[in-house]
Design a protein around this ligand. Structure first.
Ligand code: FES
Length: 148
């Protein structure tokens, strides 16, 4: 019996990368205890579909080839200049710090004064910005893109 409980907890802990772990913690353990008491460790295996891995920013399928996607919350732009080649940059314009808001025609575009940056390397392709977008290190693991 003890073993069953332990293995269930291990699975729960394993699945709960960051979000789930927080949610479980936030319940103060009450929910966990109630489940253990009410379900007698039988046919209650949790689903094995893991949530996005800890720190995952996006999936590769979310980033169009020759374009990019803007993660407003993380203030990061992820681009895919050529198939399978992913880059990431700060989404804050180097002119006055506005968040860029679109990726069009191979450029990352700032809405404030119209600066454009190349999706391949963040270089300025149209001013008034005069510095490239700061590169962000990422890694691609399967279809998950995470911060490196
Ligand atoms: Fe981006 Fe001015 S803040 S162009």
């Amino acid at each position: 019996m003890g073993n069953d409980l332990q293995s269930r907890r291990a699975v729960i802990a394993g699945v709960g990368a960051s979000g789930l772990a927080l949610a479980v913690t936030a319940c103060g353990g009450g929910t966990d205890t109630a489940q253990d008491a009410g379900t007698t460790a039988e046919s209650s295996a949790p689903e094995s579909s893991a949530p996005q891995a800890d720190g995952a920013l996006a999936k590769t399928a979310d980033v169009p080839v020759g374009g990019g996607t803007i993660l407003a919350d993380q203030k990061i732009v992820i681009t895919q200049p050529t198939e399978g080649d992913f880059k990431a940059f700060s989404a804050l314009c180097t002119h006055k710090g506005c968040p860029v808001d679109s990726v069009e025609g191979g450029s990352i575009v700032c809405p404030c004064h119209g600066s454009k940056f190349a999706i391949a390397d963040g270089a300025v392709t149209d001013g008034p910005a005069d510095k490239p977008l700061a590169a962000q290190a990422i890694k691609v693991d399967g279809d998950q893109i995470t911060l490196a």
